[in-house]
Write a protein that binds this ligand. Structure first.
Ligand SMILES: N[C@@H](CCC(=O)N[C@@H](CS)C(=O)NCC(=O)O)C(=O)O
Length: 218
């Protein structure tokens, strides 16, 4: 039993839960997990309220600490595992990574609302509104900028897998399942994330789930 426990939602749909989960798995951090499914919101809220008044997943439990919100969890993990390099090494790269994570966390609502994460959705192109196209353009711009400035040492945004890749993993999944057109230089980055053992494991488990969340089936 680990002293870290991550409370998550449905693997098929819970984009916010995927972020800390993939960061921990990909870094080899051992943790226990508890999945609270949210197809029945009343039951979900009752169960999650025992851990967090915010009534949202993910939540990280560590000894007496309770950390809620995916970005706070990534920051906390970086504090307790300073040798795991969850953020990139150089101050400039770290600042850039934190900026694109903050932008992700507080933005891209058009894309997030129109294209909910849904691993089991048949791979099929989906019409994109202008607002969604603008989000796609901005996301691919920051990915390209990170890769060109800081990513030369590896296949991820800042070379080695970092919290930034964890934050954007649900977006990679959406681009993939909704057949979002991307330039040729972007696809290898997406394939790198989709090909991580951690994402593969999450996907295998997500695809076994049978709960349906109607609002996320578009
Ligand atoms: N900002 C939060 C958002 C978390 C969030 O909205 N989680 C969804 C599941 S993916 C949830 O718990 N929804 C329950 C609800 O909205 O009542 C984070 O990053 O952790």
């Amino acid at each position: 039993m680990s002293d870290l426990k991550l409370i998550i939602g449905n693997k098929n749909y819970s984009s916010w839960s995927l972020r800390p989960w993939i960061a921990m798995k990909q870094s080899g951090i051992e943790f226990d997990e508890e999945l609270i499914p949210f197809h029945d919101m009343e039951a979900f809220h009752k169960e999650i309220a025992e851990y967090s008044g915010a009534k949202c997943v993910p939540v990280l439990l560590h000894k007496d600490a309770v950390i809620w919100d995916s970005l706070s969890i990534l920051e906390y993990l970086s504090d307790i595992f300073p040798n795991q390099n969850l953020w990139p090494q150089s101050l400039e790269a770290r600042g850039h990574a934190r900026s694109i994570c903050a932008e992700m966390h507080s933005g891209f609502t058009a894309l997030r609302n129109a294209l909910p994460m849904n691993l089991r959705r048949p791979l099929e192109k989906y019409p994109l509104s202008q607002d969604v196209q603008a989000d796609v353009a901005r996301i691919t711009y920051v990915w390209r900028e990170a890769r060109e400035k800081f990513g030369k040492g590896g296949v991820f945004l800042y070379g080695a897998f970092s919290n930034a890749d964890a934050m954007y993993a649900p977006i990679v999944s959406r681009f993939h399942t909704y057949g979002v057109p991307v330039d040729d230089d972007i696809r290898p980055y997406m394939d790198a994330v989709l090909g991580t053992p951690a994402f593969q494991e999450w996907q295998v488990e997500g695809l076994k789930e049978t709960w349906i969340v109607k609002e996320d089936e578009v």
